[in-house]
Design a binder for this molecule. Structure first.
Ligand code: PDD
Length: 287
C-alpha cells in the first residue's frame, strides 16, 4: 500500500508530497506538532492530544488550521488510507507561508497543516520492554518553553544522537540544579526504595506528556503512590526502578542510568504494573 500524506487540504502520495519553501515551519521552526499512538486502527488518547495541540497553538498565537470535528475526520482518514493498525499519526501545524521576515505575517496567513502516519513494530517494542533500556544523562540545552510542543527540536535531536552514540536508548536531560527534566522525546520517571513513583511536576520545564497524564490516572486507579517532584541524577542512579513514557511505546523500563545498573538490572515490578494498567482501549474513541 503506498503511503498517503495530508497536506493543506489534499491527500497526496507521500513520496510526492511537499510544502512551500517559505513555509515558516521550514524557515523558523515556527510551528507545533502532535504524535498520537494508533492501536488496532484506533487513535489513542485523541482528546488529550488535541487538547494539547490547541494549547500549543494558543501559546504561539497560531490559529487552528481547521475545525476540530474536521481535524478528527482527517486524522482517521490518514490512518485508514495508510492501512495503519499499530503505529502513530504525526500532525504538524505551522504559522503558514510568507516572505521570510521574523515578525508574524501581517495580515495573518493560513496556518499550514501536514498529517502523516506510519506503522510501528510492536514486537520490537515488546522485546525492548522485556529487556529494558539504558539512558545517559546530559545537560538540558533546550529553550525555556518546553511545555509547548514546538517543532523546534534541535537540542532534543542532538541529545538523542549523543545517547545513541553512547549506546543508550534515550538521553535524560538535566537542569542547572542537577535535576532531571525529562527525556529528549519522553517523560522521565523513577521508583524510590519505598516504592513511590516519582516524576517531575508540570511546568515550562517539561512537555505535559499525554502518556504521563494517562499514567497518573492509571496509578490513581491502581492505588500506586505517585509524588510529583523533581529528582536528581543521583537519586535516579540509586532508584529501585526507572522508566520513560511516550505515546509510541507507552512505558519503556530503564535498567541503566549512565553506568549505574538500576535495581537488579531487569524491568521493575511497579513499572510493569503501570504498563499493564495503561489500558488504551478505554482511552480510544472519546468524542
Ligand atoms: N515525543 N517529552 C518530550 C520532549 C517529548 O517529545 C515527548 C513525546 C514526550 C512524551 O509525550 P507523550 O506522552 O504525549 O507522547 C515527553 C513524541 C512522541 C515525538 O517527539 O516523537
Amino acid at each position: 500500500m503506498s503511503r498517503i500524506a495530508y497536506v493543506n487540504g489534499r491527500y497526496l502520495r507521500h513520496a510526492e508530497a511537499g510544502v512551500h519553501i517559505e513555509d515558516r515551519g521550514y524557515q523558523f521552526s515556527d510551528g507545533v506538532y502532535e504524535v498520537c499512538g494508533v492501536r488496532g486502527g484506533q487513535l489513542m488518547d485523541e482528546d488529550y492530544h488535541l487538547e494539547r495541540l490547541e494549547r500549543s497553538l494558543r501559546e504561539l498565537r497560531i490559529a487552528m488550521p481547521m475545525a476540530m470535528r474536521a481535524l478528527r475526520l482527517v486524522l482517521r482518514e490518514v490512518v485508514r488510507s495508510n492501512g495503519i493498525s499499530d503505529g502513530m499519526v504525526y500532525l504538524q501545524v505551522t504559522r503558514g507561508v510568507a516572505k521570510r521576515d521574523h515578525p508574524f505575517p501581517n495580515p495573518a496567513v493560513r496556518p499550514a497543516l501536514v498529517i502523516t502516519a506510519k506503522g510501528l513494530n510492536l514486537a520490537k517494542i515488546a522485546q525492548a520492554v522485556a529487556q529494558g533500556v539504558a539512558v545517559v544523562t546530559m545537560p538540558d540545552q533546550r529553550w525555556a518553553r518546553r511545555d509547548i510542543k514546538s517543532i523546534s527540536l534541535l537540542a532534543n535531536i542532538l541529545a538523542k544522537q549523543s545517547a545513541r552514540e553512547a549506546g543508550a536508548y534515550e538521553a535524560w536531560l538535566v537542569d542547572q540544579d542537577g535535576f532531571v527534566t525529562e527525556g529528549s522525546s519522553t517523560n522521565a520517571w523513577i521508583v524510590d526504595t519505598e516504592g513511590r513513583v516519582i516524576t517531575r511536576p508540570l511546568s515550562a520545564d517539561i512537555l505535559p506528556g499525554v502518556t504521563r497524564r494517562v499514567l497518573l490516572e492509571a496509578a490513581a486507579r491502581e492505588g500506586i503512590e505517585v509524588v510529583e517532584r523533581p529528582f536528581t541524577v543521583d537519586e535516579a542512579r540509586h532508584a529501585r526502578e526507572a522508566f520513560i513514557s511516550a505515546c509510541t511505546a507507552i512505558i519503556m523500563p530503564v535498567v541503566k542510568v549512565d553506568s549505574q545498573v538500576i535495581g537488579n538490572g531487569a524491568p521493575g515490578s511497579i513499572t510493569m504494573r503501570l504498563r499493564a494498567a495503561y489500558d488504551y482501549a478505554t482511552q480510544t474513541g472519546r468524542e
